[in-house]
Ligand binder design. Structure first.
Ligand SMILES: O=P(O)(O)OC[C@H]1O[C@H](OP(=O)(O)OP(=O)(O)O)[C@H](O)[C@@H]1O
Length: 220
C-alpha cells in the first residue's frame, strides 16, 4: 500500500482540527471504535478551503475518473462539493459545473430540487462519509431521475469495516449495486500506516489493529 503526501497532510490536518480523534467512541452500529471522524468540525473558512483541496487532490489522483460535473448531497455534501469545485478550478485548472439538492422541494420561483448546474452527463458525488449507504443511494436516484449517470463517489474517509452482513462494507455494497467506484481521501488502513510511520501512536495503533481484526473487511 502506498500513502501519498496529500494523504499524510490530510491526516495531520484532521488530527490538528480534532476531526480525527482517538479514544473510545460508540458508533451508530453499537460498535466501540478506537477512532472517530467528524467532518462537521471543518467549520471555518480556512478549513473548508483546505478540505476542498484534499478532495480535489483525490479526484486528480483518480486517473480513470471520468466525470463532467460534481454533485453534493444536502446538507453536509453541499459545502464540500462547492469547496471541491473551487479547488479544482484554482489548483487543477478545471472549471467543473456543480450542483446540489434541496431536501424539500421548492414550489415557487425557479422551483425544483436541484440548485446549480443542471444534472447531466457523468456526475461525481462528493460527501463526507458513507455509513449505511442511504444518502448515496438517494443521490444516485436523483441523478438517475435526471437521466444523468453516476460516475463515482468521493468521501473523506473509508472505515473499511463490515456492515450488517459481516462481509462487505457499505462502500463495497454501494459499489457493486450501482456499478461504480467510491474513493476516499484516506482509508483506515492508510491512517494506520501513517500512524505506524510516525511512531508515536503505539497504544492507539494496537487498539485499531484489534478493531480491524474484529470488524475490518477481509477483501480490499
Ligand atoms: O450512508 P448513510 O447511512 O446515509 O450515512 C451517511 C450520510 O449521513 C450524513 O448525512 P445525513 O443524511 O445525516 O444528512 P445531513 O448531511 O443533512 O446531516 C452524512 O453526511 C452522509 O450523507
Amino acid at each position: 500500500m502506498t500513502i501519498k503526501q496529500y494523504q499524510r497532510d490530510f491526516i495531520d490536518f484532521a488530527i490538528a482540527n480534532e476531526v480525527l480523534k482517538f479514544g473510545e467512541f460508540t458508533l451508530k452500529s453499537g460498535r466501540i471504535s478506537p477512532y472517530f471522524f467528524n467532518a462537521g468540525l471543518f467549520n471555518t473558512g480556512a478549513a473548508l478551503a483546505k478540505i476542498g483541496r484534499f478532495y480535489a487532490a483525490t479526484i486528480s489522483d483518480w486517473t480513470d475518473a471520468n466525470y463532467d460535473m460534481i454533485f453534493g448531497p444536502a446538507y453536509k455534501g453541499i459545502p464540500l462539493a462547492c469547496a471541491t469545485a473551487i479547488a479544482m478550478a484554482e489548483f487543477h485548472g478545471k472549471n467543473i459545473p456543480y450542483c446540489f439538492n434541496r431536501k424539500e422541494k421548492k414550489d415557487h420561483g425557479e422551483g425544483g430540487t436541484i440548485v446549480g448546474a443542471p444534472l447531466s452527463g457523468s456526475v461525481l458525488i462528493i460527501d463526507d462519509v458513507i455509513t449505511a449507504g442511504t444518502a448515496i443511494r438517494e443521490s444516485i436516484a436523483i441523478i438517475d431521475s435526471c437521466k444523468a449517470l453516476t460516475a463515482g463517489v468521493v468521501v473523506a474517509i473509508d472505515r473499511q469495516e463490515t456492515g450488517k452482513d459481516g462481509v462487505q462494507s457499505a462502500i463495497q455494497e454501494v459499489e457493486s449495486q450501482a456499478n461504480m467506484k467510491v474513493r476516499a481521501i484516506v482509508t483506515m488502513a492508510q491512517i494506520m500506516e501513517y500512524m505506524e510511520e510516525k511512531g508515536n501512536y503505539t497504544e492507539e495503533l494496537s487498539k485499531m489493529r484489534a478493531y480491524r481484526e474484529k470488524y475490518g473487511v477481509k477483501s480490499e
